[in-house]
Write a protein that binds this ligand. Structure first.
Ligand SMILES: Cc1cc2nc3c(=O)[nH]c(=O)nc-3n(C[C@H](O)[C@H](O)[C@H](O)COP(=O)(O)OP(=O)(O)OC[C@H]3O[C@@H](n4cnc5c(N)ncnc54)[C@H](O)[C@@H]3O)c2cc1C
Length: 411
């Protein structure tokens, strides 16, 4: 470790918590600032997946056709809220551009190395804090009804395999023996054994925060109003002085970056889910990914979570829970004995970048301000890798992986 410095981390989501954890473990003096409560954003209710095999960026050559098909269904897995287009059109156009074959191949390479670091650093963090009991290792099953869709994705999984992502195939009767309870229309699946699941994402955040508090980290519950190099101005009137500032405020980060001179195309890409009692699906052995329908059904310690979808809307728009209900209806068709009663609905805004890559790097205003946001669908999965990279930026040492593609000024 280099010399100990004073660091303020902004945002008590999974990214800010892990950045705090890593920096504190290296001996730095860290203060965490959260405007609301710990895990107030997407980190509270996501699908609990440590989706290490997911190295394929969403921005990909076939995605536009798929998105248009999904949009024809008003409650399908992808939607754009028309009234918010003045705020989101720029992002959508950049997403379109990032879906080129060239950018896609570049992104796979970056995601591959980020996921490699994520897998090893998550285990290290759990061990360091004695939190191994918060993760299960039962893999995920990516299910298909149409052979054509399965064959198309087979190419993708073969590409992932070349990057070190193992998978196996289950077809026909073998699939239904491996995962009983599914509708017989499912004919084939990819099984990815390196996919892990946390017991509950909010439990992970709260437990980690307790560990940090117990080991001396101070948390200030107040919104940040303004950031300057070495100064953080809080809504409660406090001014915090710091050697280094880490901005990890999820989809709310772009307000601060704009003030610091970095215009970053970040949106809150909304996802929905319903959490049902554990008894909803007694035989659920692992996360089920309904690949053709854009949602998953996954086990939690205390329930079963059904969710996914992508809704492009401005931050602060009222939720449309018809989306979570549509996924629940589909799930009950796909799992004939599924019990859909007594569910709790939730919406979260993923901090998403048009090229499906996070922003991890120095602000152009100062090397003392470090950005760490924009992880989209895989922020839980990549949280410890991000923390590792943030700590290297704080200490101004060479990052563990090449992060040129993640730099804030890439657009
Ligand atoms: C439906 C759904 C399913 C998902 N499933 C998965 C999954 O299975 N696996 C996976 O890896 N990822 C998943 N994700 C994505 C993941 O949840 C996010 O990428 C991740 O939670 C982002 O974490 P974050 O810390 O960057 O942001 P957030 O969780 O949004 O945290 C940001 C924090 O900053 C605080 N904040 C904001 N403004 C200020 C301010 N001015 N001052 C102080 N604090 C501020 C907020 O209150 C918040 O607590 C899913 C997301 C959704 C919506």
């Amino acid at each position: 470790m280099g010399k100990s410095v004073k660091v303020v981390v902004i945002g008590g989501g999974i990214i800010g918590l892990n950045a705090t954890e890593k920096l504190q473990s290296l001996g730095h003096d860290v203060t965490l600032v959260e405007k609301d409560e710990i895990a107030a954003g997407a980190s509270f209710g996501n699908a609990a997946g440590l989706a290490f095999p997911e190295i394929m960026p969403l921005a990909s050559p076939g995605i536009i056709g798929q998105a248009i098909k999904w949009m024809l269904d008003p409650l399908g897995p992808f939607a754009v809220v028309p009234q918010d287009l003045p705020k989101t059109l720029g992002w959508l156009l950049r997403f379109l551009k990032a879906s080129s074959r060239k950018q896609f191949e570049k992104s796979i390479k970056v995601q591959g190395s980020l996921m490699g670091l994520a897998q090893s650093s998550f285990d290290v963090m759990l061990k360091r804090r004695g939190l191994e009991h918060l993760v299960w290792t039962q893999g995920a099953l990516h299910l298909y009804q149409k052979k054509s869709a399965f064959n198309k994705d087979l190419e993708t999984w073969k590409l992932c395999e070349k990057k070190g992502v193992p998978f196996s195939i289950y077809e026909g009767e073998a699939l239904h023996q491996f995962q009983p309870g599914l509708d017989r229309s499912f004919i084939a699946a990819f099984y990815t054994p390196t996919w892990k699941t946390v017991t509950n994402p909010n439990e992970v955040c709260q437990t980690l925060h307790k560990c940090l508090t117990d080991s001396g980290v101070e948390t200030i519950f107040s919104g940040v109003e303004k950031i300057e190099p070495n100064r953080v101005y809080l809504e409660n009137g406090q001014i915090l002085k710091a050697d280094k500032i880490v901005l990890a405020a999820g989809p709310w980060s772009s307000k601060f970056t704009a003030e610091l001179g970095d215009k970053i195309p970040l949106i809150g890409e909304r996802g929905y889910n319903t959490t049902l009692p554990k008894t909803a699906f007694d035989g659920l052995n692992r996360t089920l990914v309904f690949s053709e329908h854009g949602f998953i059904v996954g086990p939690l310690k205390d329930g079963v979570r059904v969710g996914g979808a992508s809704e492009i809307a401005k931050l602060g728009r009222k939720e449309n829970f018809k989306r979570s209900r549509a996924m629940l209806t589909k799930a009950s068709r796909f799992i004939p004995n599924f019990k859909t009663e007594n569910g709790v609905e939730w919406m979260g805004a993923r901090p998403s970048m048009p090229d499906t890559l996070p922003v991890i790097g120095y602000s152009t205003a100062s090397k003392d301000i470090i950005y760490a946001f924009g992880h989209g669908h895989v922020g839980l999965t990549q949280s410890t890798a991000t923390a590792q990279l943030v700590s290297e930026l704080v200490e101004e040492i060479t990052p563990s992986i090449d992060i040129t593609a993640l730099r804030p000024d890439r657009f």
